[in-house]
Write a protein that binds this ligand. Sequence first.
Ligand SMILES: C[S@@+](CC[C@H](N)C(=O)[O-])C[C@H]1O[C@@H](n2cnc3c(N)ncnc32)[C@H](O)[C@@H]1O
Length: 242
Amino acid sequence: MSRQLNEKSTPEQIRSRFDNDVERFSNLETGQTAAIDAAYCLDLIAQAATNHTPNMSHILDIGCGAGNFTLRILQQLKHNQVHVSLNDLSPNMLERASTRIASQTTGQITLLQNDIRNKDLPEKQYDCVVAAMVLHHLREEHEWSQVFQKLHTAIKPGGALWIYDLVEHDNHTLHQLAWQQYSDYLVNFKDAEYRDLVFDYIDQEDSPRPLMWQLTQLENAGFSCVDVLHKHGVCAAYCAFK
Ligand SMILES: C[S@@+](CC[C@H](N)C(=O)[O-])C[C@H]1O[C@@H](n2cnc3c(N)ncnc32)[C@H](O)[C@@H]1O
């Protein structure tokens, strides 16, 4: 990746791009196919979250897109009285997510069309917070620590944060290996042209951080326990318990 943080897409550019890309995020069977093990991690997080908090009453989905993660969690639960708060920059994503989720819960659906960096959240409100393929849009270190602290405050004691995201590597050898694995995955999924397109988007839009760095930031934010569910190349599923 070559672009500096201040050369990356602005929130407005990101909103506009995702406003026009709703369909690609609306497939519950495949998840986001541009990411490695997307369908597997969708199921893994849904299973882990519902096993950990079977009686959850309030989910917050950060950068919810078309709502795949919340939908999968709601499908796994044995009850359907869950309030759902959906956050995204993109109004088109929020509209699609709320339409898809409405039939899956008798709880209230609240739409939060904000940049998560600027959104105040209530204290101890959510049992389950999901952030899938969104945190890599955060830029400076202090933005990550502020968002993790905000989420920690917003989660009820006993609740948890579930993340699936693109991650970086500090070590050059591991960095090269992970990006080669990702390249192979994308070429195998479609072709080299598609790989180049995805890599260009990532360079333009994304600023992922190393997994271990994020886990430390989560502990610093006050989470009592952090863990990794899965990692394959540049994609990882991980969690933090309050
Ligand atoms: C790659 S999509 C992932 C969607 C969904 N979580 C999924 O896994 O299917 C990222 C989503 O995050 C939203 N997003 C990006 N930056 C955001 C921010 N700072 N605050 C809130 N939402 C953001 C985008 O609009 C987009 O819908």
